[in-house]
Design a protein around this ligand. Structure first.
Ligand SMILES: Nc1ncnc2c1ncn2[C@@H]1O[C@H](COP(=O)(O)OP(=O)(O)O)[C@@H](O)[C@H]1O
Ligand SMILES: [Mg+2]
Length: 322
């Protein structure tokens, strides 16, 4: 049994329009095994964060999902609000892109970490503060017993993201959802924070969903990769298989847009991710695809297992010159 199973999950925003609710995620499925890192990759607006929010049970009030999300064999939709709260921050936790908006500016970082432990582990304030200092040491913040007294604004962006990681791992979760955890940081700091996160994931045998728009970031960090576009899964495979032979033209496009060095020009994918209320007919990538043929615009291709564990949603299927 997988630790997390996302089965045919679709996400909608409620709308009072003739067209009905707005669908932003369309029947996606993936599993995350124990101690595994799954990379979820796609450009901005493809539905990555909304999918993570559904798993975490934090979709906005005006949104809902269909399909099944199973965590440790439990169907999350059958849990009470209290049951979900007991999981969140405890067995499943999340790291967001922008720590400044997720940290409370008027509380010390130590207290914010301690609060997680008081809520979920029933620790006293003194116990929890002592543990918070240990956690700051775990995320390699120097002078942790002093820094627990800092307010978020007294820390750099990189330090704040380390605090977010400390909060996320405070209860020893089985699964961490990391949504663009290093995107807001500059390159050097981003690399340090990512390597820290990787070290912690290995040390504590956590599973992680690493969400990013940068395919390069997951190349060395994920065992498997799921490529999302326009709310769909376009390709998914073991990392080695995906990089050895990417099949979907969108995946190839993402690969070509990874910076490879100063003298190698990157080739961005032309055009933009379509808005969920304005998707092209047929394959949702067809209007940006350099391999497009008439058939692509007629019907949306299904996701097909073309090789063991390697799935692709393209009629060309890696043949015909792709
Ligand atoms: N609160 C919202 N109301 C309406 N649409 C939303 C809302 N939040 C996100 N969306 C839409 O859902 C789609 C997926 O967004 P998101 O999951 O944030 O993408 P990603 O994380 O891949 O950049 C986008 O088209 C976005 O505009
Ligand atoms: Mg996002």
């Amino acid at each position: 049994m997988a630790l997390l199973s996302v089965e045919n999950v679709s996400v909608f925003f409620k709308r009072h329009l003739a067209g009905g609710d707005l669908q932003v995620v369309n029947s996606i499925s993936f599993d995350v095994e124990a101690a595994e890192i799954l990379g979820v990759v796609g450009e901005s607006g493809c539905g990555k964060s909304v999918t993570a929010a559904a798993v975490m049970g934090i979709l906005p009030q005006n949104a809902y999902y269909k399909g099944d999300i199973l965590f440790e064999g439990q169907r999350l939709s059958t849990l009470s609000a209290e049951g979900l709260r007991a999981l969140r921050g405890n067995r499943i936790s999340m790291i967001f892109q922008e720590p400044m908006t997720s940290l409370n500016p008027v509380l010390t970082v130590g207290y914010q970490i301690a609060e997680v432990l008081m809520v979920h582990k029933g620790m006293s304030k003194a116990e929890a503060m002592a543990r918070a200092a240990e956690l700051l040491a775990d995320v390699k913040i120097p002078s942790p017993t002093l820094r627990i007294k800092d307010y978020p604004h007294q820390m750099s962006g990189g330090m704040r993201q380390r605090v977010m990681i400390a909060m996320a791992i405070a209860c020893n979760p089985a699964l961490v959802l990391a949504d663009e955890p290093t995107t807001a940081l500059d390159v050097t700091i981003a690399a340090q924070v990512l390597s820290l996160l990787r070290g912690i994931q290995e040390k504590f045998n956590m599973s992680m969903v690493l969400i990013t728009h940068d395919l390069g970031l997951v190349a060395e960090n994920a065992q498997r990769i799921a490529i999302m576009y326009a709310g769909r899964l376009m390709e998914s495979a073991e990392t080695a298989s995906l990089f050895k032979r990417p099949r979907h033209p969108y995946t190839v496009g993402l690969l070509n847009s990874i910076p490879k060095g100063r003298h190698i020009p990157l080739v961005p994918i032309p055009g933009f991710v379509p808005k969920p209320d304005n998707l092209p007919p047929g394959c949702k990538f067809s209007d940006r695809c350099s391999h497009v043929v008439k058939r692509c615009k007629e019907a949306e291709p299904p996701l097909i297992e073309i090789e063991k564990g390697h799935f692709n949603r393209c009629i060309l299927n890696g043949g015909d010159g792709v």
